[in-house]
Design a protein around this ligand. Structure first.
Ligand code: NAD
Length: 416
């Protein structure tokens, strides 16, 4: 199969779905789920509390991606115009150079148990390490399924926060193909009484840490130089990245662009976007200065080499990944077999998104492409009826301006 579909953008909605179904066998019911049904209110009512409806978000497909040698269509759930197009355009520049290559450090999550008012913190630390095997065993008794899959609690780390007379026990749990928050929290709550007994002090917090520094994903790709080797534009591209390495004001926006891709694939697959975002931003600040999650370098051949590194806590079982019908289909579309595979694809999407943003910023600026795509939203916001939208956009294009004031003027002139 190939993820390169020139003109995918110009196909009708059902033609696009037919193209995708040529590579993944989708039943008529699955197609209906994607096109019309989505998540039913009855299904939603099983997921959260006080349900009164559902909140649909567009699901687009990013094309042109090759990850670890395999072509893949990437489903992205986002309300923001131009995100899917930007990812697809950037990925196109990597297709001939080998696509994206990824690696992960595994699927270990970190859970924290906070002990307060500890009389002799270092003595307590030593006593807790002596009971490491008992702690791990008790944790693993809570999740036989995970243990049978080769996962479960593997190790502990104990930290002393001397000034506050606190000791924090970290339980390291391999959560395999699950995101793992529930699995870890269950273990922590079960083992807390044993920790209190060993430490002869009071346990307060028993919760997973979203700074998943043992679940790091890396992706790299070589992007064909899109600047026709115009040296100053390449330098502008690299200088935009350099600013994100030293200036948190820029880094926040730079990383937001990365998260445009990451959160969209995470959401499409029913993963916890807040957990991923918290982890990514905490990791971006782990040197003491908040900075870029990606790095950009110039290759000898003039190509631009990008790398990204961040914690990516995603699952393909648990949470909403299997209960949300569209999330289940998103995993099927990508032929996902493991959480690590999904994490690699998500990191690749973030890197592509970052390339697209830097490229636009280094040349025309972000608004030119963005506003054209955002124009439909603006026209509707300015009061255009559905059947008027195309005409309003056409007139705005003639005026070469897509701002709200212009749209409003056009809509009003058409309605008068
Ligand atoms: P879960 O409890 O729904 O599923 C995980 C369980 O599935 C495992 O404990 C295991 O018993 C079983 N399982 C079956 N097959 C498996 C496989 N191949 N690999 C691993 N486990 C397998 O979900 P979870 O992943 O433990 O928790 C995710 C949910 O927790 C998300 O909905 C998230 O929003 C929520 N959450 C997040 C936080 C946080 O991020 N701080 C805190 C609390 C809850």
């Amino acid at each position: 199969m190939t993820s390169r579909i020139p003109g995918f953008y110009h196909l009708t909605l059902s033609e696009r779905l037919d193209k995708i179904s040529e590579t993944v066998d989708l039943s008529d019911e699955e197609k209906t789920t994607l096109l019309d049904k989505g998540l039913s209110v009855q299904q939603a009512d099983q997921m959260i509390e006080n349900v009164i409806g559902t909140f649909p978000i567009p699901l687009g497909i990013a094309v042109n991606f090759k990850v670890n040698g395999e072509d893949v269509f990437i489903p992205m759930a986002t309300e923001e115009a131009s995100v899917v197009a930007a990812a697809s355009n950037a990925a196109k520049l990597t297709y001939q150079t080998g696509g994206f290559t990824t690696s992960t450090t595994g699927s270990i999550m970190r859970g924290q148990i906070q002990i307060i008012n500890v009389k002799n913190p270092y003595h307590t630390l030593a006593k807790i390490y002596e009971k490491k095997e008992d702690i791990i065993q008790l944790c693993n008794e809570q999740d036989q399924t995970l243990v049978a899959l080769g996962g479960g609690a593997k190790d502990i780390e104990v930290l002393v926060l001397e000034e506050s007379k606190m000791v924090v026990v970290h339980v390291l749990v391999d959560t395999r193909d699950a995101m793992g928050a529930n699995a870890v929290n269950t273990m922590l709550e079960a083992v807390a009484p044993l920790i209190e007994e060993i430490s002869e002090a009071e346990v307060v917090l028993r919760i997973l840490s979203n700074l998943a520094d043992k679940r790091i994903v890396r992706a790299r790709a070589t992007f064909e130089n899109p600047f026709n080797n115009k040296k100053d534009e390449v330098e502008r591209f690299l200088s935009a990245y350099k600013l994100a390495m030293i200036d948190p004001y820029r880094a926040a926006t730079h990383n937001k662009g990365i998260m445009n891709g990451i959160s969209a694939v995470a959401l499409a697959t029913g993963n916890d976007t807040r957990a991923i975002e918290a982890g990514a931003h905490a990791y971006a600040a782990s040197s003491g200065v908040y900075r870029s999650l990606s790095h950009w370098e110039l290759g000898d051949d003039g190509h631009i080499i990008g790398t990204i590194e961040l914690p990516l806590v995603v699952g393909i079982v648990g949470g909403a990944t299997q209960t949300h019908p569209v999330a289940k289909l998103a995993l099927k579309l990508m032929k996902i077999k493991s959480a690590e595979q999904l994490a690699g694809i998500i990191a690749a999407t973030g890197l592509a998104q970052n390339f697209a943003a830097l490229r636009a910023l280094a040349t025309d600026g972000i608004q030119k492409g963005h506003m054209k795509l955002h124009a439909r939203n603006m026209a509707l916001m300015a009061g255009a009826k559905m059947e008027q939208v195309d005409k309003v956009i056409q007139q705005a294009a003639e005026k070469e301006t897509f701002n709200f004031d212009t749209m409003k003027e056009i809509v009003e002139s058409q309605q008068n």
